[in-house]
Design a protein. Structure first.
Length: 365
């Protein structure tokens, strides 16, 4: 894969964008804190956990929304820029909602090197020596936190400051995005419950749980705000969907091979959680009838010490699945870039989107 562009995430412009986005999100949460102030300390704790949930991360979804807009309207004025930042922030609230629910469903202890929301709230219950089950309290709090963030994602887009002629079409995209990601998440849960997934099923989970909502739909939200028609959205899909699939395939590799010091998650976290990813499906398919297949299959979703994680990594490596996923990432990225080059977008935005393609496919976190 040849990108031919520098990393936008690591650029000064990318850093300014994230700082401005963080400020817009903080201002919105300040507004919500004022609304909830009459409810007292418990509501304040929920807002505090909301602030934590949008802290950190590379803000990829917001960035693709931003450049989906600027691909069609490359020079927004200051008022337009401020409104667009709020619109982009709605996608980060959606992402934070999904993470709060996802971590609870996966029984994950950490997120970005900090306790996952349900664990943080559980810890507060224990420290205060309240009545009842601390784990149940943490679970209830995480569900409500995720619901609140989901509602706020809609509110922030509706009240971003752009006119309804822009916001209305973007909300229709956001509606579709939320429907897809929730259904994709349930498909993932069901696949894990059945304890089996072929490569095609794993790709369907990947596409709807992550690929579309991480890149394609954020691009569409931005483009819809800028007035894109259906043909314009389809051209962006040619870039965004394969790139989103490559993005999630990279995430699948990091879930098995990532360094906990950089990912903020335990070693081999996807194996411990029993994720039936494309990587795992490819390995099981290649190892069918061999001892390694049985070891990998029965180890998924169990407590794994570092030695067993290393052993399972060797099994997956020996199957050739890791190399096949790396090859597929390159193929999908090339497909995305070819579509981008033919989309007829603003040249400056096109160059930045090429840099973002590098960021999402070659990242270590």
């Amino acid at each position: 894969m040849v990108i031919g562009a520098g990393s936008w995430t690591q650029s000064d412009e990318g850093a300014r964008f994230r700082a401005d986005l963080d400020a817009a999100l903080a201002a919105f949460l300040d507004e919500q804190a004022a609304v909830l102030a009459p409810l007292g300390d418990d509501a304040a704790r929920l807002v505090a956990e909301s602030r934590t949930s949008v802290t950190g991360g590379k803000k990829f979804r917001a960035a693709f929304c931003w450049w989906g807009y600027r691909a069609l309207r490359p020079a927004p004025d200051e008022a337009e820029r401020a409104a667009l930042l709020r619109a982009c922030g709605s996608l980060e609230l959606l992402h934070a909602s999904a993470l709060a629910h996802d971590d609870l469903m996966d029984a994950s202890d950490t997120r970005r090197g900090r306790p996952a929301a349900h664990r943080a709230l559980e810890g507060e219950h224990r420290a205060a020596r309240w009545r009842g089950d601390p784990e149940q309290y943490g679970a209830a709090g995480a569900i409500l936190l995720g619901d609140l963030l989901l509602a706020w994602s809609d509110e922030l887009l509706r009240r971003c400051g752009l006119g309804w002629e822009s916001v209305g079409p973007a909300l229709r995209v956001l509606d579709l995005c939320r429907t897809e990601v929730i259904a994709g998440q349930f498909l993932d849960v069901s696949v894990q419950a059945r304890g089996a997934a072929d490569v095609d099923t794993a790709m369907t989970v990947l596409r709807y749980k992550s690929a579309k909502y991480s890149i394609e739909r954020p691009l569409h939200v931005g483009a819809a705000l800028a007035g894109a028609d259906e043909a314009g959205l389809a051209r962006l899909s040619g870039f965004g969907l394969p790139l989103g699939e490559a993005f999630q395939l990279r995430d699948d590799l990091l879930g098995v091979y990532g360094d906990p010091a950089t990912t903020g998650k335990p070693a081999g976290d996807d194996l411990v959680e029993g994720k039936r990813t494309v990587l795992v499906a490819l390995a099981l398919d290649a190892l069918a009838g061999r001892p390694g297949a049985d070891l990998l299959d029965r180890s998924l979703g169990t407590a794994l010490d570092p030695a067993r994680v290393d052993e399972l990594r060797e099994v997956i490596d020996g199957s050739g699945a890791r190399d096949r996923v790396e090859t597929r990432i390159s193929e999908l990225a090339d497909q995305a870039l070819a579509a981008l080059d033919g989309a007829g977008l603003d040249p400056g935005a096109t160059e930045v989107l090429r840099g973002l393609a590098l960021d999402v496919t070659q990242r270590a976190t």
